[in-house]
Design a protein around this ligand. Sequence first.
Ligand code: DGY
Length: 328
Amino acid sequence: MMSSKPKVLLIRDDFPKKAIDLLRTRCDVKVLKRSKKDGLITTQDVVDCVPGMFSIFCYSGIPINEQVLKAAGPSLKVIGTMSVGFDHVDLTSMKKYGVRLGNTPGILTETVAEIAVGLIIATTRRFFEANREVKTGGWQEWIPGWMCGRSIKGSVVGILGCGNIGTSIAEKLINFKVSQLLYTSRRENLAVKALGGQLVTVDELMERSDFVVVALALNEDTKFIVNKDRIATMKSNAILVNIGRGELVDQDALVEALREKRIRGAGLDVMTPEPLPLNHPLMGLDNVLLLPHIGTSTIEMEEEMAVMTSQNILAVLDGCPMPHEVIF
Ligand code: DGY
């Protein structure tokens, strides 16, 4: 028998059960069929499965573009993305087709800030190189200078973009007794100011920081904000950490700076493209630490984000305000 419940397209079948059970109380949940069993999900897969859907439950790696929205037809009312970032959603087309968007900010702030702090420590104290030395017999006797990193204490930390996540990173890092905390923001951030943070320009932050932490959302204004010219002004001992989106950084210029050791290193949870091909130049560099976009990857957080995504979708069904709607 045909279900009369509104249909929701799940991009995968392994989202947290609590969230999907919640959706199932009111919706007919369909799982996307992949054309290539072991391959990545393609836009064509989404296009093929989306006609007649009321909603798509997706995440940041899946482009929601005009092709998808057009294929869905007039039944599509809401996209629920299990992410704070929404750069994968074409807002102009969403407007054109009258589709609303819910995301999951706020709840994930601390979890993403943790990964930024982790990347700073692991990169500056060379955790991954050191781990490799232990496991490959490189650790023999204590040698002065061997596996030495640089302290966070006494350093200048610059946070590019001081929204919720940037503020939380600042709150955490101040306990490391940094000498100066710099940040950029559209307006003064009183919480960060209270910690001693100084609002500066992007150029000033890039030039003065020992650690540059990129914590911005990606949009037309921020794309490639860490460009070649700005990378060229970084200190020779500086480390760049990116937990925002790969396209905030001119990655080719970063590769060049790392290869020529013009900066000390980088710790990246995000890059371009994702997943990064195994033959990409970043892969061969010892002074870069790469993580597979795991900023929100804790068991607790994924469940919370998935539940909020379902709640966003159900709110539209009920004609209620979403727990978090992106207004555009
Ligand atoms: C987000 O929520 O935007 C994270 O980057 C995971 O996609």
